[in-house]
Design a protein around this ligand. Structure first.
Ligand SMILES: *Cc1c(COP(=O)(O)O)cnc(C)c1O
Length: 425
């Protein structure tokens, strides 16, 4: 059976981020429940990366499943221009109430990349509508904001985007700030902004996901935001990965002194059940679009904008996220990670180990450069799969980004297998 499905898949399917030759075999999944995937071959695999960072409360959660099923019987979809519905309005109200202060409008789309596209277009049109020539965007080296052209443009110019490099618009990149380089980064940032043409600054707050779970301190981000805000540069927080508790707080930017002007959300938004993207903005930004001149309208939209099933899933996921149980789980995972980091920080086989909230990462010393194309990646991936754990290393960077239902015993089990792997190297 397994072989049959793999064979049929191979004939017709093109998988994401997967070489068509020399790819590892794809594994048919029959069902999933809690933190586990149940494969057709009988294997039960712990989903320690939340199925590409989307799942919050475990798979096939009954509360979310009920909400989606109920919604499907009432209203599965409706055009969102000229019409509205309860799940979308309720979700928007709730998002605005938990996001850092100052957000006032919610724009729906389908995924993280579109949430970013909307944010970039909103920021650029804001200045266009105000008839101020500000057209530059600043981003961080190593950034990942998605795979569409705008999102690629503000992302790191790494080998993934090489074929498209000539088609990407110009962006100014500054290094990821750390305590050593901060003076330099801050001066460069100031100089760029002083030119007067910077429209927006986009960043993944506290953790750069695809770059290898690279982490940086909240104080340094806050200091950059302060400079940007002084010069009215629009600050775009891409919280597609970090949102909804991943960093220990509801949002990575919760608690900063300077709050972003625009937020991008997706991934955990529906608890990982259905695709949905959200871009929110402040009253000041929408003001530039509120104009008798129809040409100042934001002419952007997707067929499935604010899909009611997705909104229902997101509302159900938020019920769970805001519960005491879930908040305690987030705190417990964060604490357990921090103990493991402390224990491993001088390990000779590790270059660096770190955690921010529920995200823990370590770079294994392999004698090669730390990079996505590190040759050991596939062997690490297979090592954990053989032990019934799904980790998908970014090159030689191993990370755990679990659904919040993971137990402390299960986390310990993963730590033990990591330590055994290090011993073998
Ligand atoms: C995954 C991700 C995106 C892109 O989201 P998709 O839903 O995959 O298009 C954008 N920004 C960040 C920070 C991400 O981690």
């Amino acid at each position: 059976m397994t072989h049959n499905l793999q064979q049929r898949d191979k004939e017709v399917i093109w998988h994401p981020f997967t070489p068509l030759l020399q790819g590892l075999p794809v594994l048919p999944v029959k069902r999933a429940s809690g933190a586990y995937l149940y494969l057709e071959n009988g294997q039960q695999v712990l989903d320690a990366i939340s199925s590409w960072w989307v799942n919050l409360h475990g798979h096939a959660h009954p509360h979310i499943a009920e909400a989606v099923a109920g919604q499907a019987r009432e209203l599965e979809h409706v055009i969102f221009a000229g019409f509205t519905h309860e799940p979308a309005v309720r979700l928007a109200e709730r998002l605005l109430s938990i996001l850092p202060a100052g957000q006032s409008k919610v724009f729906y789309s389908d995924n993280g990349s579109t949430a970013v596209e909307v944010a970039i277009k909103m920021a650029l049109q804001y200045w266009y509508n105000k008839e101020v020539k500000r057209t530059k965007i600043i981003a961080l080296e190593g950034a990942y904001h998605g795979d569409t052209f705008g999102a690629m443009s503000v992302g790191d110019r790494n080998s993934f985007v090489k074929p498209f490099a000539p088609f990407l618009f110009d962006v100014e990149f500054i290094p990821l700030p750390d305590t050593d380089n901060f003076q330099l980064v801050r001066d460069r940032f100031r100089d760029l902004i002083a030119g007067g043409e910077v429209a927006a600054f986009i960043f993944e707050p506290l953790v750069q996901g695809s770059a290898g779970m690279r982490m940086y301190p909240a104080e340094l981000l806050d200091a950059l935001l302060e400079i940007a805000k002084e010069q009215q540069v629009i600050c775009i927080a891409d919280e597609v990965m970090t949102g909804f508790g991943r960093t220990g707080k509801l949002f990575a930017t919760s608690g900063l002194r300077h709050t972003p002007d625009i937020f991008c959300l997706s991934k955990g938004l529906t608890g990982g059940t259905l695709p949905l993207g959200v871009t929110t903005c402040t009253a000041q930004i929408q003001e530039a679009f509120r104009d008798p001149d129809i040409m100042k309208t934001f002419f952007h939209g997707h067929s499935f904008t604010a899909n009611p099933l997705s909104c229902a899933a997101a509302n159900a996921s938020m019920d769970l996220l805001l519960s005491d149980d879930c908040q305690e789980q987030i705190a417990a995972i964060s604490y357990q990670h921090s103990l493991f980091v402390e224990r491993m920080k001088d390990h000779p086989k590790i270059e660096q180990v770190r955690s921010t909230g529920t995200i823990m990462a370590l770079d294994i010393r392999t004698g090669e450069e730390t990079s996505y194309f590190n040759s050991r990646r596939n062997s690490f991936y297979e090592y954990f799969l053989e032990r019934n754990i799904l980790l998908r290393p970014l090159g030689n960077t191993l990370y755990i980004l679990p659904p919040y239902v993971v137990t402390s015993e299960e986390l310990d089990g993963i730590y033990v297998e990591i330590e055994k792997l290090l011993e073998q190297l």
